[in-house]
Design a protein around this ligand. Sequence first.
Ligand SMILES: [Zn+2]
Length: 124
Amino acid sequence: MEKEICKIVLGKYRKRFFLGRLVKKTIGTGHSVKFDGNWVLKREEERGDVLGFYHSHPNGNHKLSERDIKTMAAWIDCFDKTLICIIESPLELELYDFYPSPSRVYFNSRWFIKIGSLILGRVK
Ligand SMILES: [Zn+2]
């Protein structure tokens, strides 16, 4: 069974656009993955360039799971800024942009392109 992978997306917003790069790949089990949350917190405190997270659903679809939504809600509450969540499945690559409280809404964006470890996209 293919393992789930996770990466951190670093970069900056320029108005509604962002250019990010995928860093710190971690490999998990078939259906979950842990990443270094402390590293992410420290990085955001020091550089303020955490754009979000990338992970794979090796055997699933590209939809957000309950856990994905809860995890993203926790991170946006923590950082109080828009964060993206990119999900790679065997068939699709999907990008969701999450917005801070109180609304905590998220959208499924088709406005992005991935070239190697670079992601160029647009949020709402
Ligand atoms: Zn997931």
